[in-house]
Write a protein that binds this ligand. Structure first.
Ligand code: SF4
Length: 458
């Protein structure tokens, strides 16, 4: 009889890249450790960290402090920190937290089983960054899982002046297309339906490959695969969003009618100081072109308020851009200086008070734009991929439209992982409620309702 596996609990902070990295951690450890969602029974407790904002880093430090008690109660439990904060802090983190056993950086995941084994006898630090795209990791798709995050790139070469990513994730490397296609095929064969391709700037995919392949061609290759219902990607840098890529929206059936396109600011002066390499006008032109190709496409974005030197007039430009672009969703943050970045040493840092006041005004505006966009969906039936039981009530299911809005509705648990038709009955400031209409057979999938985004002309 085989020995029962030990248990690993993984707490993830940050973006979808980190969620994908946590899945990889669970997979490389799977021979010895089974995943648990109960931290109190963990033999190995890993924290996958995010360094993009000071606040996320503070949350990690506070969690580490609170874990001292658990470590005292379970001294045999190993405690490890991985991800961007680990990459940034390395030895310093180990020195600052005496109850920590292991610190591993963004590329340390690939050496995790060995590091964990060694950490039983000696505290470990591994923050080495590799050259090239790291070796493919074993993937085991959870039975019944309809969605997959597939990493296609690592690192970033853009050096936006506020961003720590190039320092903690290293230079940009693209993953060979054959590996990506094989991973997606394996997922589809296991019954998967939706794939999200991940990279810091997927638009620059392909540079440096031995046989170069641009991102639009990768999308075309994947869109041909049998069984792929939905294809998404994140994140896109506006400067690299090509006309060719824009033209694929509405052209490739699986490509969902949603694009996350971080703008960061509406002021050209601030965009230049951020080293974003596009102007407000270029950004809005790309949005207009996209909407000409695919009316009904939904857009989301990231916005930073209070970047060093941002004046009230600059901030007003951000407000007017948000109105013009009519984002369905905007992730808005106060600027926070990050170690190593150029913006951290810029003069004219904006006070916390002004940042907070600007953030509140932007959120107010965005909330009204989001609500209006959600209200337009009411009364129609939309294709929804059911993701699971709703976080708010175990009596409800939760799913996502192709345009990326989340809807909660009543329905039997057997629908999880299925494509269904849901009529939207209510729009709330940040959520939708709906009524399950029918399961969708492949023949009945699109369009589900009048107004379903479809391509007209570019
Ligand atoms: S594109 Fe800019 S913001 Fe995005 S990861 Fe690279 S440096 Fe950071």
């Amino acid at each position: 009889m085989s020995r029962p596996k030990k248990k690993v609990y993984i707490k993830t902070f940050g973006c979808q890249m980190n969620v994908a990295d946590s899945e990889h951690m669970a997979q490389v450890l799977a021979q010895e450790y089974a995943l648990t969602d109960r931290p109190e029974e963990a033999d190995l407790y890993l924290i996958n960290t995010c360094a993009i904002r000071k606040k996320s880093e503070e949350k990690v430090r506070s969690l580490l402090g609170s874990l001292k008690a658990l470590k005292q109660k379970r001294p045999q439990m190993l405690l490890g920190v991985g991800g961007c904060v680990a990459q940034q802090e390395g030895e310093r983190l180990l020195a600052a937290v005496p109850h920590l056993d292991l610190v591993f950086g963004t590329h340390g995941i690939y050496r995790l089983p060995e590091l964990v084994r060694r950490a039983f006898s000696k505290r470990q630090v591994d923050v080495a960054l590799m050259e090239g795209f790291p070796p493919a990791l074993p993937r085991r798709w959870r039975p019944g899982s309809a969605q997959a995050l597939v990493t296609i790139m690592q690192g970033c070469n853009n050096f936006c002046s506020f961003c720590v990513v190039p320092y903690v994730r290293g230079r940009e490397y693209s993953r060979p297309p054959a590996e990506i296609v094989a991973e997606v095929q394996e997922f589809l064969a296991a019954g998967g339906k939706e794939v999200t391709l991940l990279g810091q700037n997927v638009n620059s995919y392909g540079r440096g490959l031995s046989e170069p392949l641009a991102f639009p061609q990768l999308l075309c290759k994947l869109a041909e695969l049998q069984g792929l219902e939905r294809l998404r990607f994140a994140t896109s840098h506006p400067k690299d969003l090509s006309d060719e890529l824009i033209g694929l929206f509405g052209e490739l059936t699986p490509l969902c009618e949603h694009l996350h396109l971080p703008v960061q600011s509406g002021s050209n002066r601030v965009l230049a100081a951020m080293n974003r390499a596009y102007t407000r006008e270029h950004y809005l032109e790309k949005v207009a072109r996209l909407r000409r190709c695919l009316p009904g496409v939904s857009l989301s974005t990231d916005i930073i308020v209070g970047f060093p030197g941002e004046t009230e007039a600059d901030f007003q430009e951000t407000l007017t851009l948000a109105q013009e672009a009519t984002f369905q969703q905007a992730f808005c943050f106060k600027y926070s200086p990050r170690p190593q970045t150029r913006a951290a040493s810029l003069p004219d840092q904006v006070t916390e008070e002004v940042k907070a006041e600007r953030l509140a005004r932007l959120l107010d505006l965005q909330d009204s734009i989001t609500l209006a966009a959600l209200q337009r969906l009411v009364g129609q039936a939309w294709e929804v991929l059911v993701e699971g039981v709703s976080k708010r009530s175990d009596q409800e299911l939760s799913g996502r439209l192709r345009t990326n809005q989340v809807v909660n509705f009543s329905g039997p648990p057997k629908l999880v992982g299925q494509l269904v038709s849901v009529e939207i009955t209510e729009a709330h400031p940040h959520s939708l409620k709906g009524r399950w209409v029918a399961e969708l057979s492949p023949a009945s999938r699109r369009p589900v309702a009048e107004g379903t985004p479809r391509r007209l002309s570019c």
